[in-house]
Design a protein around this ligand. Structure first.
Ligand code: ZN
Length: 194
């Protein structure tokens, strides 16, 4: 069967004219190896996916993704922060801190999520051995902001310290995802008309 060439198909071209679109769009065929299915999307949103570091895709801009969605990543273990005396922080990119964490603890699973929140869940082991989930306040990882030079954030340049501190304290995930589209990411169409 010969397929109609829609670019030569007058009714469509008139429709395009009416819509004011000059360009032909392109679309990607759905591929579950590349594109999240509905249940994965809702799982990513809540409670998140636990994954080994090698499962995380690092995009050319160094942000983190699972299939066609950007994600943030954190260690979901309350004990970790207690022993390292760190306030919990989530990562947006493959920063120096996340890189060294992965090379020192390659088996450490990370929780990946698309959820926009001030609190994220941590696993807490109670003294009786029972594991519970607790919501904990989080901050953004400042090494990630540096890696992305987010709003000119620079952790080493003293002259910009005041500015960088403000970027850090004003940080909002909602704003962040306006710069870095969260979903759906497009990796170039499998089918792209000439
Ligand atoms: Zn980071």
């Amino acid at each position: 069967m010969e397929l109609l060439d829609f670019k030569q198909f007058e009714p469509f071209n008139r429709l395009r004219e009416k819509m004011g679109t000059e360009e032909f769009g392109f679309f990607e065929l759905f591929d579950p190896a590349l594109h999240l299915i509905g249940s994965e999307r809702s799982e990513l949103e809540s409670p998140g996916l636990l994954r080994k570091p090698e499962a995380i895709k690092i995009l050319p801009d160094k942000t983190l993704a699972i299939k066609n969605s950007r994600v943030l990543a954190y260690i979901p273990d309350e004990n970790w922060y207690r022993t390292h005396r760190e306030y919990p922080a989530f990562h947006l990119a493959m920063c120096s801190r996340l890189e060294s964490l992965i090379s020192d603890h390659p088996a450490q699973e990370l929780l990946l999520t698309t959820k926009l929140s001030d609190d994220y869940n941590l696993l807490k082991i109670r003294s009786n051995g029972e594991i519970t989930m607790v919501a904990h306040g989080f901050v953004v990882c400042k090494h990630c902001l540096h890696t992305l030079r987010y709003n000119d954030y620079d952790e080493f340049r003293n002259r910009r310290r005041g500015h960088s501190q403000k970027v850090l304290s004003d940080f909002s995930l909602r704003e962040f995802y306006r710069f870095y589209q969260q979903y759906p990411l497009s990796f170039g169409g499998k089918y792209r008309p000439e």
